[in-house]
Design a binder for this molecule. Sequence first.
Ligand SMILES: [Mn+2]
Length: 306
Amino acid sequence: MNQPVSLIGAPTDVGAGTRGSSMGPEALRVANIGPVLASHDLDVADRGNLSGPPNPNLPPVDGYRHLAEVQAWNIAVHDAVYAELALGRRPILLGGDHCLGIGSISAVARYCREQNRKLRILWLDAHADFNTQTLTPSGNLHGMPVACLCGHGPKELVEIGGHVPAISPKWVRQIGIRSVDQGEKRFVHEMDLEVFDMRYIDEMGMRHTMEIALATLDANTHLHVSFDVDFLDAEVAPGVGTTVRGGPTYREAQLCMEMIADTGRLGSLDVMELNPALDVRNKTAEVAVDLIESLFGKSTLMRTRP
Ligand SMILES: [Mn+2]
């Protein structure tokens, strides 16, 4: 029997510029995420939705929009994700915007620290999400979670996991990146983040990219995947607030997910930024569920596994 999984809905868009990702968890359920995972010999528990403050839709204050609301939601996410890990289950966070990666990944990092496990984070996204107060053009906190996790951000967010910084940039592999602000790009270089941008994927292929991103995992490594749906090409996944053309095709994304599944190390997952208000007949939710199914063992392999 595979390690059981728990679905945690976090219906909020307080960290985003465009509203609607608050409806993401329900759209993923409508696309049958629970039964689809259960069909792969998985014990799936749906914990329902977390609750938190509404979106006040206000301009930035000191470079941040909705800092108090983002903090409240991330604390709720942190506690829920940590509770599932402590039960020996694999949390799947249904976002919600990507600011919630702070709560989710700080919980995973805390659990790994306590268990003496190594952590590898795959950040699948069109964006580096490495903005700060001074670099951000918008103040939207969904553009800052990786920086916050690495200790660069407001103390209300960087201290959520009880350890600052929550993670080391060395644990992160970013894949699919193709839209980064100028100052943000400098900061990514400064912090020496390992980025597999679209140019790299085009030149080297998804297979090579994933081989490098997954290299040196061992039996004591917890693998966390933070899947921003805007990772996918906008043609495949129109239902996100920040679509960027030129992303991975369906087949590239499928290979990416299958290679992650092949490691047998997936310990937790975020599915973020799905925005049903911008979707077409829930097709982006269905594509997301299909790719998540690949992450948990659906394989296109006919020949025996290499
Ligand atoms: Mn993101």
